[in-house]
Design a protein around this ligand. Structure first.
Ligand code: ZN
Length: 494
């Protein structure tokens, strides 16, 4: 395929031309949410970043299989106080089946993603549905000698692996430093080395989620699911593995180690990571009180929010930055995003009102290259911020033609319309908010009623000229007007 798409590979630390392993097919795996609570702003960024990549690859003509997993049960993210699996704890406290907790939050996550206009992935596998594949992975690693059993649990032997391969090549961490900096935690006495990580954990009696295995009744280590499910759905080698930058270490580093230890090489050609969102300069975190869920944004129901922000405002806010830069949340920044998005949507609606001139001017000529400049920005490691800045420039030109007698030709008007539709809507995935289009329609309707009321008044005053003019002008704009006993009826001609 003839296109120079370059993406930044976290592994090589540089931008590389994207060349898929099996053109025109592209396999893409992104670490999805852990569903033990409502999705927050931090979930929106990877979902939107890789939605843009998914949309753009499809726009380039690739057939993309996009796998985004759901981390549901059996992962090792334990509650800090009790050491209990978070889903198990919630299920116990609320007397629910663990799967009820999972389903509840999964539904809410999907709902939030739909509101953000994030396309559903091709496959959304759940970790709990792939225990057999994870056990197989652990067996393969054991067979190659890179793991050991200890009291019914299986651990990955990091120092042994690091003798032959390179543990730390993705994150750039040094294993000796790791050994020295790893704190001794409960249960670590089972491990031979502090850096070793669990592939399988024997379940304690109070642990609800457990599966039989050759070693013990227990549950897989968190890193296993993505290696096992990536392999199952995308094969031993696939193109892209993505996620948030916070997953580089340990999660993705461990995934590489598991893949190399089980099959001899890394499954992934391009590793991609989005940067984080900070809140007033601080990292987001429950304990910092700046942890805002997407629903709280949509309804404005968090003490840090001065108003509600629509899903499209959130999407626009995220796309205004390059995905590898941090973004800082503040009410001011979101209000600016809201304003910016509305001005682009307004400009798009104005395109149909641009009068065609025989000749344009210097500014309007740039509209002819708008689409190719947007493509160039996307090809440069998905520079959505640059695409938006080109669209803003075009918006200024549109408004100058509509309001200030600037000129544009028919082909320039067609070019700007096509570029807006392709980039603003199809690729950046922004859309008119339902509420906004309802409001717009209500305002139009009220304006037409107002004019027809004026016409009634004119008729009462026997001012036939005015009455006819209003009727003819509205008719020319496409309104069908019928006089009735009560007054009038109108509709838009189909
Ligand atoms: Zn993962």
């Amino acid at each position: 395929m003839e296109h120079p798409l370059f993406i930044h590979n976290t592994l090589t630390r540089k931008k590389e031309q994207f060349i898929p392993l099996h053109e025109p097919h592209v396999g893409m795996y992104v670490c999805g949410p852990t569903v033990y609570g409502d999705a927050h702003l931090g979930h929106a960024r990877p979902a939107i970043t890789f939605d843009i990549l998914f949309r753009y690859l499809k726009h380039l003509g690739y057939r993309v299989r996009y796998v985004r997993n759901i981390t549901d049960v059996g992962h090792l993210e334990h509650d800090a106080d009790s050491g209990e699996d978070k889903i198990a704890k919630k299920a116990r406290l609320e007397q629910l089946e663990p799967m009820e907790v999972v389903q509840y939050y999964m539904n809410r996550y999907r709902h939030a993603m739909e509101a953000l206009n994030v396309l559903p992935p091709s496959i959304e596998p759940q970790a709990s549905g792939h225990i057999i594949e994870q056990i197989q992975l652990v067996e393969d690693i054991l067979k190659h000698g890179f793991a050991y059993e200890s009291e019914g649990s299986i651990y990955f032997d990091v120092p042994k692996y690091n003798k032959t391969y390179h543990y730390g090549k993705l994150s750039g961490r040094n294993i000796d430093e790791l050994i020295n900096s790893t704190r001794e935690l409960d249960g670590q006495s089972e491990k031979h080395n502090p850096t070793d990580f669990a592939l399988w954990k024997k379940a304690q009696p109070e642990h609800i989620m457990r599966w039989p295995s050759p070693w013990s009744e227990g549950f897989p280590g968190w890193h296993c699911e993505c290696t096992a499910m990536g392999k199952k759905y995308l094969g031993e080698h696939f193109d892209i593995h993505g996620g948030g930058m916070d997953l580089v270490f340990p999660h993705h580093e461990c995934e590489i180690a598991q893949s190399v230890a089980s099959q001899g090489d890394d499954m992934v050609k391009y590793w991609m990571h989005n940067n984080m969102i900070t809140v007033n300069g601080q990292k987001m975190g429950k304990s910092l009180g700046n942890f805002i869920t997407l629903d709280e944004f949509f309804t404005g129901s968090h003490p840090m929010l001065t108003q509600a922000y629509s899903p499209m405002t959130i999407r626009f806010f995220i796309l205004q930055a390059h995905y590898r830069s941090t973004i800082d949340f503040s009410n001011e920044a979101l209000q600016a995003a809201e304003k910016g998005m509305n001005s682009l949507l307004d400009a798009y609606h104005h395109i149909d009102r641009m009068p065609e001139s025989a000749e344009g001017d210097e500014a309007s000529r740039s509209l002819l290259t708008l689409e190719s400049r947007c493509a160039e920005a996307m090809n440069d490691d998905l520079n959505t911020a640059m695409v938006l800045s080109y669209l803003f420039e075009a918006a200024t030109i549109i408004n100058a033609v509509v309001y200030n007698n600037a000129k544009a030709t028919k082909s320039e008007i067609e070019a700007v319309k096509s570029a807006f539709e392709r980039y603003l809507f199809d690729i950046l995935g922004l859309c008119e908010e339902q509420g906004t289009s309802d409001k717009r329609e209500a305002a139009y309707g009220a304006a037409v009623d107002m004019l027809l009321d004026e016409r009634m008044k004119a008729k009462t005053n026997k001012d036939w000229a005015t009455a006819d003019r209003i009727r003819n002008d509205l008719s020319a704009l496409g309104f069908e007007i019928k006089d009735t006993k009560e007054g009038y009826e109108w509709k838009l001609r189909q």
